[in-house]
Write a protein that binds this ligand. Structure first.
Ligand SMILES: [Fe+2]
Length: 260
């Protein structure tokens, strides 16, 4: 049996099984490791653990929480320009694609479980929503040749990071919140104190686990760093030195160009 979701996207009973299995397994695996912003956002969004979320319904809930809406990315894997452009309009891109049964532990392309379980609860938090908008401002305020660096900042700050809350290391990055393999890997590796300069120069690793994981002193600290970065861009300065061998090619573009 199939049923129709918003925008005529159809999901099967297998898709619902995949969603519910991922939801249950990941919730148990995470235990008390997620940051409080995510835990509160997950409750507020009231995602049904049993069925693939309805995009319009979740978007309405999100809008009531922080004024953000979901941007329907359909099955597109957005490049950095498309990604930050959506964020600049306070819309969060979410795909309609859900991984296959054999990809429960890892999928090379972010699927809707990554977006709805990993990112969107955090977007129900006012400060994370502000930080997200700030990223888009930083991206477009940066000279084009250095924008890949802002993409890398996002990657390390928002996808694969931890944050200290009440003296404890908590998970903040959406990739870790929604990924079994990556979460387990991250727990075993030492965390590096987040720095704009280091994250700006650290490549995105797309098809295997990350080499390193950053930890934020606090979300206030991250927000403050981004505000300072933005101010520097608006003044026509860089807040740190750019390495001579800076790679201006976005890893996601090269990934796409290889037809992956
Ligand atoms: Fe993501």
């Amino acid at each position: 049996m199939q049923y129709l979701c918003e925008r005529m996207q159809s999901y099967t009973e297998i898709d619902d099984w995949t969603w519910s299995e991922l939801f249950k397994r990941q919730k148990e695996l995470l235990g008390d490791m997620p940051c409080k912003e995510w835990a509160e956002g997950l409750k507020a969004l009231e995602l049904n653990p049993k069925t693939v979320p309805n995009q319009a319904a979740v978007s309405n809930k999100l809008e009531k929480l922080t004024g953000w809406k979901i941007f329907n990315a359909e099955k597109e894997f957005l490049n950095s320009d498309g990604w930050f452009s959506a964020l600049s309009k306070k819309t969060f891109p979410a795909t309609t694609y859900i991984r296959k049964k054999h990809e429960l532990d890892f999928t090379p392309f972010p699927d809707l479980f990554h977006e709805y379980f990993g990112h969107l609860p955090l977007m129900g938090d006012a400060q994370t929503a502000r930080i997200t908008k700030l990223f888009a401002k930083c991206y477009f305020a940066t000279q084009e040749k250095f924008r890949a660096g802002v993409g890398r900042l996002w990657w390390h700050a928002m996808e694969w990071s931890f944050v200290i809350e009440d003296g404890k290391e908590k998970v903040f990055g959406a990739g870790l919140l929604a990924g079994k393999r990556d979460f387990e890997d991250a727990l075993q590796k030492p965390k590096i104190k987040f720095s704009l300069q280091e994250a700006f120069h650290s490549s995105k690793i797309l098809n295997t686990v990350q080499e390193k994981y950053f930890i934020h002193k606090s979300l206030d600290d991250l927000e403050g760093m981004l505000q300072d970065y933005l101010q520097c861009q608006l003044n026509g300065e860089m807040p740190f030195e750019i390495a001579r061998n800076f790679d201006s090619i976005d890893e996601i573009d090269s990934f796409r160009n290889r037809g992956v």
